[in-house]
Design a binder for this molecule. Structure first.
Ligand SMILES: [Zn+2]
Length: 315
């Protein structure tokens, strides 16, 4: 009886010894029941995952996560079978999800430019702010933090490119805002102000005993010395006494558009002056062929006088 027990015990020890010689305990790493390989130590393996995949703080990377958390199962495998930690890590890395961070500079809520870092975005905004300071820029500029998992889908620009592109965009937006504010637009030229306010005394095309031909402008009566404002941005091209026009100021606005201001009492501008709409260029008078103080306003497109009331003083 006792002998039998000893023999059984010896047998057991022998079996265990054979097992230990032939097999070793390892962890099987699985993802979705697919075996990726074998590792010796679960803890140190997890640390390696964290170090090599999760905490991979590359440029513009916000976070890295595993597609699926692996499962670990303790198993005995043949001693001659190799563990393959780095191979498993490489496999996991392939499926890891990387989230990239970048920044959008937006104008009025519309994304216009992407840059890689917050510092770059701030630089761009600062440049624009300094450029348009005091320009009563009616535009909301902001920086938005953005994320993507497809870095190749997002085209970020460097600071210089972003600045140039945004400045071009702002110019377009400002032009649109100006056009909206404008009283009228002729050939892309915004007429933003009325030259004077007063009473219309003679309309375009009317005949009169004091003129040899039909009226080429619009007469607005007002007091002598009243400021005459140029109605659009442009360049002064003529400031002389000119027969029946009296003291005449001609302003060229580009695109073939000119405005003429006649019978002036005084001329405050000079040929070559660049003027902004609303600038005072002269004073109302009654010089030339005139029976009382008034502004004779002409609008000419490619030298042809058109009816100003198509655009201004419509009532
Ligand atoms: Zn007139």
């Amino acid at each position: 009886m006792f002998r039998t027990l000893i023999i059984m015990l010896l047998g057991l020890i022998l079996t265990i010894a054979m097992l230990v010689i032939k097999y070793k305990p390892v962890y099987v790493v699985k993802v979705n029941d697919e075996i990726l390989g074998y590792i010796e130590n679960e803890e140190s393996f997890k640390n390696k995952i964290n170090e090599k995949i999760i905490n991979n703080n590359g440029e513009n990377i916000d976070s890295v996560s595993l597609y699926k958390e692996p499962q670990y199962e303790l198993e005995l495998i043949k001693r001659n079978k190799e563990t393959n930690e780095s191979e498993i890590i490489a496999k996991l890395e392939e499926t890891a999800i990387t989230t990239y961070k970048f920044y959008a500079v937006t104008l009025d809520g519309k994304t216009q430019e992407y840059v890689d870092t917050l510092e770059e975005a701030k630089k761009v905004v600062k440049k624009i702010d300094s450029e348009y300071k005091g320009n009563d820029l009616d535009l909301d500029i902001s920086i938005d933090e953005k994320y993507t998992q497809n870095a190749e889908d997002v085209k970020t620009d460097n600071v210089e490119v972003a600045e140039t592109s945004l400045e071009d965009e702002i110019k377009k937006i400002l032009e649109k805002q100006e056009a909206k504010k404008a009283l009228a637009t002729i050939n892309g030229i915004n007429l933003s102000v009325l030259p004077v306010s007063g009473t219309i005394t003679s309309r375009f095309g009317e005949s009169s005993s004091i003129r040899s031909s039909t009226h080429t402008g619009l007469d607005i009566a007002c007091k002598t010395g009243t400021d005459i404002k140029v109605i659009a941005d442009g360049k002064v091209v003529f400031t002389e006494y000119n027969g029946s026009y009296g003291n005449l100021i001609k302003v060229d606005h580009g695109n073939g558009v000119q405005t003429w201001y006649a019978h002036c009492n005084k001329i405050y501008s000079n040929v070559g002056d660049t003027v902004k709409s609303g600038d005072i260029i002269g004073a109302v008078g009654s010089t030339g062929n005139s029976t009382g103080p008034h502004l004779h306003l002409e609008i000419r497109i490619n030298s042809v006088a058109i009816n100003p009331q198509k655009y201004l003083y419509k009532k």
